[in-house]
Design a protein around this ligand. Structure first.
Ligand SMILES: [Fe+2]
Ligand SMILES: [Fe+2]
Length: 264
């Protein structure tokens, strides 16, 4: 399993865990109750972030400092709406229960979303760039963990969703670097003195929280079922090993892993 190459194919057989070598699961009626419960909860949690993310981004579509920024914001909104649609189609496979969950999510708005990071509005362009740099990289790691997963329809969705998140995270990292190295851009963005560091301190702990509790039996079970490649803590460590040097390099002070965390 190579991490940094996004897979554009989906294998026919399950690649890891207890069911390794079996055909991937295509339909709900072939799932055990435990498998069904686990994958359903995972898809609902993921689906809850997508239109929530559109809510956060959409107000910024026409407010970025450059033409490319504005286009990128519109693209990010389209990508998140696309991911929402993909997740909702997956939920619809679960019948009434899935359709009801999707319907509920369509009518949930900022302040009431499942995950804290998606209930926080973007307060400035700098804030938005730091969200993309930190939170979209979290999203990419989460989706990488589902790449080629044992539930075939979900695995197929990952072939387009993984590269979308990579684009959002790379955009964020690029703009954070630009804000710190190009005073003209920072001025156009209205960045205040010390703001990039302050925004990092807002999002970094929320990003680490988004990986979930470290001793989660649920995440271990998802790995055994071939749904996720890595458990919560392993994924969080991979994320920190990736983003921390990048933040260091641009002169930001990376908060300690336990700092301002809401759960560990
Ligand atoms: Fe997303
Ligand atoms: Fe994203």
């Amino acid at each position: 399993m190579t991490l940094f190459k996004d897979a554009s194919y989906v294998s026919r057989s399950i690649q890891w865990g207890e069911l390794r070598g079996m055909h991937k699961i295509e339909t709900i009626d072939t799932m055990t109750p435990e498998y069904k419960d686990t994958i359903f909860k995972i898809v609902v949690a993921l689906a809850s972030t997508e239109f929530a993310s559109v809510e956060q981004h959409q107000q910024w579509i026409n407010r970025g400092p450059t033409g490319e920024d504005r286009f990128t914001q519109a693209q990010i909104c389209a990508d998140e709406a696309h991911q929402g649609m993909e997740d909702f189609r997956t939920l619809a496979l679960f019948g009434e229960e899935g359709t009801a969950a999707a319907e509920r999510l369509l009518n949930t708005h900022i302040g009431d979303h499942m995950l804290e990071a998606f209930n926080l509005p973007f307060e400035s362009w700098t804030d938005l760039c730091m969200f993309c740099c930190t939170m979209d990289l979290v999203a990419w790691y989460h989706l990488k963990a589902f790449e080629n997963c044992s539930f075939a329809p979900f695995a197929r969705s990952m072939t387009s969703m993984v590269p979308e998140e990579r684009f959002h995270a790379s955009f964020g990292a690029n703009r954070v670097r630009t804000l710190l190295t190009n005073p003209e851009y920072a001025e156009k963005a209205g960045t205040l003195a010390g703001e990039v560091q302050a925004r990092l301190e807002k999002w970094y702990p929320r990003a680490l929280d988004t990986f979930g509790k470290s001793n989660s039996r649920f995440s271990e079970a998802a790995v055994e079922m071939g749904i996720r490649k890595w458990g919560n803590e392993e994924l969080r460590q991979m994320y920190m090993a990736d983003i921390n040097p990048l933040l260091d390099k641009v002169g930001l002070r990376v908060p300690a892993p336990e700092w301002d965390r809401h759960f560990l």
